[in-house]
Write a protein that binds this ligand. Structure first.
Ligand code: NAD
Length: 418
């Protein structure tokens, strides 16, 4: 078990669980069960490289909890993936799915590989072999993978194909985040960013402000940040700054996001966009905006820079962008932090919609996806807000508390916690 519990992310996650668990008087037996994943599979993934050599990559699938329904969670390809990180992320999926009210448990997978160093053919071979190795454990009723860092809709298409070949018939519901042509959902690509903006609207509402009157700064212009910027801009917010790995852009009157998206499609990065002036990523975090949405990396708001943060609301599009110390300081300064499991839950919600559409063979239009997503994010936000008000805690503890209480009720009903 030590290989699972030893990582920093695992320990931080379990600390949040224990703190929130104590607050809601969660049964110690429930906490004890949630502390460990149900299953952790380690596989060797051999790949014949283009030059004829064979390389073996370590792969993992961790299934944390399935009290609420089949396991669900992404597959990450990254050179730093390890068992403990995958297990921590699997547990976060359990808590996120519970908070969102979905009938799903939590899982996560990964391969320790830098996908940028492999050719397309090598990545396809790796994906097919990894899928084959974990195939006894996944399936539309068992465990449904999705894309995560380093994987995309093409990866899911290969997983679907490999799993279907092994089963002897097509099983589109085995993965989500697929291309629309083979059972993907409309609206999946934009879902996480859209969810970030729905959560932002609710947070602003608590400060008697409409999104059309608000100013935003968004760190990261990828799958989450770009769609959050597009949606915020479409709703009339002034997006004063955005950034990516190449640096940050600022325009005091608001960036023209439609033009910036066209620019990034061509140039790949935001750097040198003529409609804004260059600032550093650190400066972006300290702008006097209504809403700061970190949508790139972990740990970017920390005790070293938190005192400079001037935003009134932080909406965590990324996973874990605020450290524990910074979180406490922000709470003391009355800055509202909308935590990751609430703010970026839009991705898994639309993944759930995709799975529902696949297993019912009935597909929805984009408006239906958006409207249902809005309803779920608003409802989850309201639950957390009511909890935070009642218990006088911050939104992170409220989100975890809300999630744990639902899990506890389900575990007790199923006779899983004594
Ligand atoms: P992505 O790779 O599509 O985009 C990441 C963005 O961050 C890119 O624009 C990149 O240039 C930028 N970036 C990298 N280093 C940076 C730096 N030092 N400063 C500023 N920007 C930097 O990834 P993504 O899917 O958008 O994921 C972002 C975060 O959101 C991750 O924490 C991920 O786990 C989380 N998340 C993603 C989803 C999803 O559906 N994609 C769902 C939930 C959570």
């Amino acid at each position: 078990m030590e290989a699972i519990t030893s990582g920093a992310l695992y320990q931080n996650t379990m600390k949040i669980v224990e703190d929130a668990g104590k607050l809601v008087s969660l049964s110690p037996n429930v906490i004890e069960r949630l502390r460990y994943p149900r299953r952790a599979l380690i596989v060797a993934v051999p790949v014949k490289m283009d030059d004829g050599r064979v390389k073996v990559f370590p792969g993992y699938r961790v299934q944390h909890n399935q009290t609420l329904g089949p396991f669900k969670g992404g597959i990450r390809y990254h050179h730093q993936v390890d068992l403990s990180e995958v297990a921590a992320l699997a547990s976060l999926m359990t808590f996120k799915n519970s908070l969102m009210g979905l009938p799903l448990g939590g899982a996560k997978g990964g391969v320790q590989v830098d996908p940028n160093k492999l050719s397309k053919a090598e990545i396809e071979n790796l994906t097919r072999r990894f899928t084959s190795e974990i195939s006894p454990f996944i399936g539309p009723d068992k465990d449904i993978p999705a894309p995560d860092v380093g994987t995309d809709s093409q990866t899911m298409a290969w997983m679907l194909d490999t799993f279907s070949l092994e089963s002897g018939f097509s099983q589109t519901g085995v993965v989500t985040g697929k291309p629309v042509e083979i059972g993907g959902s409309l609206g999946r690509e934009a879902a996480t960013g859209l969810g970030v903006i729905f959560a932002t609207e609710k947070a602003l509402e608590k400060m008697n402000k409409r999104i059309s009157e608000a100013t935003l700064a968004i760190q990261g212009f990828g799958k989450v940040g770009m769609f959050a910027a597009i949606e915020g801009y479409a709703k009339g917010a002034r997006v004063l700054a955005v950034s990516d790995v190449s640096g940050a852009l600022y325009n005091e009157r608001g960036l023209n996001i439609a033009e910036l998206v066209r620019y990034v499609k061509e140039k790949k990065v935001v750097k040198d966009f003529p409609g804004g002036q260059h600032i550093s990523n650190e400066e972006l975090l300290t702008l006097p905006v209504d809403v700061l949405a970190p949508c790139a990396l972990e740990g970017v708001i920390h005790k070293g820079n938190v005192h400079e943060v001037k935003a009134k609301i932080i909406v965590e599009g990324a996973n874990g962008p605020t450290t524990r110390e910074a979180d406490e300081i922000l709470h003391g300064a009355k800055v509202m932090v909308v935590p990751d499991i609430l703010a970026n839950g839009g991705g898994v919600v639309v993944s759930y919609f995709e799975w529902v559409q696949d297993i019912s063979w009935l597909f929805w239009n984009e408006d239906e996806v958006r409207n249902r997503l809005r309803e779920i994010i608003y409802k989850a936000f309201d639950k957390c807000w009511a909890f935070a008000e009642q218990e006088k805690v911050n939104m992170r503890t409220a989100a975890m508390g809300t999630s744990l209480l639902r899990l506890e009720r389900a575990m007790k009903l199923r006779g899983q916690a004594w």
